[in-house]
Design a protein around this ligand. Structure first.
Ligand code: DQA
Length: 146
């Protein structure tokens, strides 16, 4: 089963970016975590990051066309991008929204995600482990529907 793990703006700077908030795992470390977890679970995991909104939209369109599952950290776009939400609404496979930090415990402008209402579920505040948990959930869903 194909799973796209898609990451929005500034997440490529993990490991040096606000380590008190996002932790010390680098973006390369996150990619490795997702690929290793995917391999263990028999998932075909593709991990990507972009700072360009149109690029994320294109990846979501491809995922929609393929009926693929998506793990998405929309980063700052979570809070205001109706375009990202609309692209997520077109997905046919499950969508797990992940935030590394607990957005509800931070500034008020981070409390609301426009994506969450069209997500299958949301994981936030568990650090990069949220990605591993999201992949386990998708593998469990696959096994339950087999
Ligand atoms: C984030 C939280 C967002 O508010 C922020 O803009 C990010 C990362 C997280 O993973 O905790 O870039 O999505």
């Amino acid at each position: 089963m194909r799973v796209y793990v898609l990451n929005g703006p500034n997440l490529g700077r993990l490991g040096t970016r606000q380590v008190d908030v996002y932790g010390v795992t680098s973006y390369a470390g996150l990619v490795e975590l997702c690929e290793t977890t995917g391999r263990d679970l028999g998932l075909d995991v593709v991990v990507r990051q972009t700072d360009a909104e149109h690029e994320l939209l294109g990846w979501l369109h491809t995922a929609a066309d393929e009926g693929a599952a998506v793990v998405l950290n929309p980063a700052a776009w979570s809070h205001y991008s109706i375009a990202v939400r609309d692209a997520c609404a077109m997905l046919r496979g499950p969508l797990v929204e992940v935030h590394i930090s607990n957005i509800h415990a931070r500034e008020e402008f981070r409390h609301h995600s426009v994506v969450s209402a069209v997500a299958t579920g949301v994981i936030c505040g568990l650090g990069v482990d949220g990605y591993r948990l999201a992949l386990h959930h998708l593998a469990d869903r696959r096994d339950q529907s087999a």
